[in-house]
Design a protein around this ligand. Structure first.
Ligand SMILES: Cc1cc2nc3c(=O)[nH]c(=O)nc-3n(C[C@H](O)[C@H](O)[C@H](O)COP(=O)(O)O)c2cc1C
Length: 215
């Protein structure tokens, strides 16, 4: 059975990155009626930040040279590590069971929300290898960061996630669907960019639907 893990990270309940991830998920689910689907709202149901128990466990992973995720639990050897593991284990199980990981995320301060970073920190251990899986990220950003845009070099959202998935998950072909210039919806000073935003959002929505059918 093929499984989709769907995460959303926007602090807004009504949000563009959520609309885009939902469009992908709806299309994917109608193409895979027998597929598995797991949803996590990282903003409404936040993952705790890692604590000392987690870092102790990570130190043990490094000291033992462990590379097999199945052996992580064997390294737990203190109450603090047990507490940390109780948070990590179900999150990691979701990731390992997923064939496709879909992340809807806003750009916050040129990067990703702390809610999403907390999830990444919890599930990532050094040198652990996962079977290949696909990553699809839908983003919304207030400004424009596409190649050629004056602020393109400040995009630490797509660049960070793309490099992270490549570095830690050996996934070189993660796909990003970005809706840009979203601040033109609220900021009168950016009203002249609203048409460009509408076109960017419409293209992103169409891409999310198309990719949901293809994955
Ligand atoms: C805390 C915060 C920080 C933001 N930082 C940026 C930023 O650095 N660059 C940018 O282009 N937009 C920024 N924005 C605008 C959001 O990216 C924009 O509102 C986007 O639509 C959010 O996605 P959402 O609609 O899924 O919530 C920020 C918004 C918030 C609330």
């Amino acid at each position: 059975m093929t499984v989709l893990l769907h995460l959303d990270a926007s602090a807004r309940r009504t949000s563009l990155s959520r609309e885009l991830s939902a469009a992908f998920a709806d299309a994917w689910r109608s193409e895979h009626p027998g597929g598995g689907y797991v949803y996590r709202d990282l903003a409404a149901d936040p993952i705790p930040f890692i604590g000392e128990g987690w870092t102790d466990l990570c130190d043990r992973v490094l000291a033992h040279g462990t590379t097999d995720l199945d052996h992580l639990a064997d390294l737990v050897n203190s109450p603090a590590q047990e507490q940390a593991w109780a948070i990590v284990e179900p999150l990691l199980a979701e990731v390992r069971a997923a064939d496709v990981i879909l992340i809807g995320t806003p750009m916050y301060n040129y990067s990703i929300p702390a809610s999403l970073k907390a999830w990444l920190d919890q599930i990532t251990f050094p040198r652990m290898s996962l079977a290949p899986r696909r990553f699809l990220v839908t983003t919304a950003r207030g400004g424009a960061y596409s190649p050629g845009a004056p602020k393109a070099i400040y995009d630490y959202q797509e660049r960070y996630l793309r490099d992270f998935f490549a570095g830690h998950f050996a996934v070189q072909d993660s796909v990003f669907v970005n809706a840009e210039l979203a601040n033109s919806r609220q900021d009168p000073a950016l009203a002249h960019l609203r048409d460009k935003h509408d076109a960017s959002y419409a293209a992103a929505l169409a891409a999310a639907r198309r990719l949901g059918k293809e994955y």
